[in-house]
Design a protein. Structure first.
Length: 360
């Protein structure tokens, strides 16, 4: 029996509602599909606890503890008065990405039947692409600073960092992913305006592309790509983006595929040398937290991504099929999708469908 060690970390806000819901669906898949076991350990870390104790959100020794796990299922950070969102981000997600070399951020964007689209013309098959966001360099991880603080000449700078080695591994991951899908890779760049960092980015991607003659490589400037995602989403299969552009385009992608309630992501260390982290794209949603009405589909989708990463494709397929089925049937929908179901009702319907199978 294969055993996967999972750190379960709901964190703050609706993370505390959608992660337990996702865990129930994972347990259903474990029972129904068989052949593997999930050894889950709960971590009650949060911005709220950190505020009460005065300790950092991840307590001393926390990173070493997590290193012993195969994956982390993460809820949501932020939205806690007294802990600025950038501090919560820097102490958790951002720190995990660097500590565990999670150099890929994977954001599948697929419009499932039954989910209303913001694009009037879009059919579900039109919106089916994956955004691969470089996750440890680019514009977000670069050094920077301020000079002349408080003077009229106060100046801030923040460097864009692109390295050959990192770009190569991100490109290779993306070409392999495209090869397993519709064999089209879009390099999202801005080398027409940012001549140093982005020309290296383009060069490395083109070089790696020579190893993949069966994958069509296209180049889009990020502004044009944003427009095309709305006008002709069917042109995209895998989009390879730097950190900042990927951050922005993946929220656009999430909106096109049904909104934050259904968008999942993975922060991957593809080699499995350290734990990868899986999370719903949404934040802590303080406006609806504590009411039991958050959509658990994004967190459940993150659970399915996690199982796929761990090599449990049959269990991931079972969860994704069950989610698709429940959304298409329309009997259970949370408020963000125009229904009246609670978080638990939606999750339990999906779990039940996982156990029943999706045959009929
Ligand atoms: P944070 O400060 O943690 O980023 P936020 O409210 O700024 O929180 P999100 O949590 O991403 O950002 O929420 C944005 C909007 O989307 C909110 O109105 C929220 O209620 C809604 N939303 C987010 N996730 C869900 C969900 N799972 N189900 C229903 N609505 C959601």
């Amino acid at each position: 029996m294969r055993t996967h060690r999972i750190a379960v970390m709901p964190m703050d806000g609706i993370g505390r509602e959608v992660i337990p819901a996702a865990v129930r669906v994972l347990r259903a898949a474990e029972r129904a599909v068989g052949g593997f076991a999930l050894a889950m350990t709960d971590f009650d870390w949060s911005a709220r606890t950190s505020l009460e104790t005065g300790a950092p959100i991840v307590p001393p020794g926390g990173f070493d503890t997590l290193r012993g796990f195969d994956a982390i299922l993460f809820g949501a950070h932020g939205g806690t008065p007294g802990v600025p969102d950038d501090v919560a981000f820097a102490e958790t997600l951002f720190a995990f990405r660097l500590a565990f070399d999670e150099y890929i951020n994977l954001r599948p964007c697929k419009l499932l039947p039954g989910i209303p689209s913001v694009l009037a013309q879009a059919k579900p098959e039109d919106v089916d692409f994956v955004i691969v966001r470089e996750n440890v360099e680019g514009e977000l991880a670069g050094p920077g600073g301020r000079t002349g603080v408080g003077t009229p000449w106060e100046t801030a700078s923040q460097l864009t960092v692109i390295s050959r080695g990192n770009t190569e591994r991100v490109a290779r991951y993306s070409f392999n992913l495209a090869r397993s899908r519709r064999k089209r890779l879009a390099n999202i760049t801005k080398s027409n305006a940012m001549r140093h960092a982005y020309t290296l980015w383009d060069e490395v991607i083109a070089e790696v592309g020579k190893e993949y003659p069966d994958v069509q490589l296209d180049k889009f400037y990020v502004d044009a790509a944003a427009a095309r995602m709305v006008l002709r989403p069917q042109d995209f299969d895998v989009l390879l983006c730097t950190n900042l552009f990927g951050d922005i385009l993946s929220d656009l992608g999430a909106a096109l595929a049904g909104g934050l309630g259904v968008a999942a992501s993975g922060n991957l260390n593809p080699e499995g040398a350290a734990p990868s982290l899986f999370e719903p794209v949404h934040g802590s949603a303080p406006d609806i937290a504590g009411r039991g009405i958050a959509n658990p589909v994004a967190a459940i989708g993150a659970g399915a991504l996690m199982l796929r990463h761990l090599g449990e494709a049959a269990a991931a397929d079972a969860i994704e099929a069950a989610m698709g089925r429940i959304l298409r049937d329309g009997e259970f929908r949370t408020a963000d999708l125009g229904g009246g179901a609670t978080t638990d009702q939606m999750a339990d319907a999906i779990a039940k469908r996982v156990v029943q199978g999706n045959a009929e």
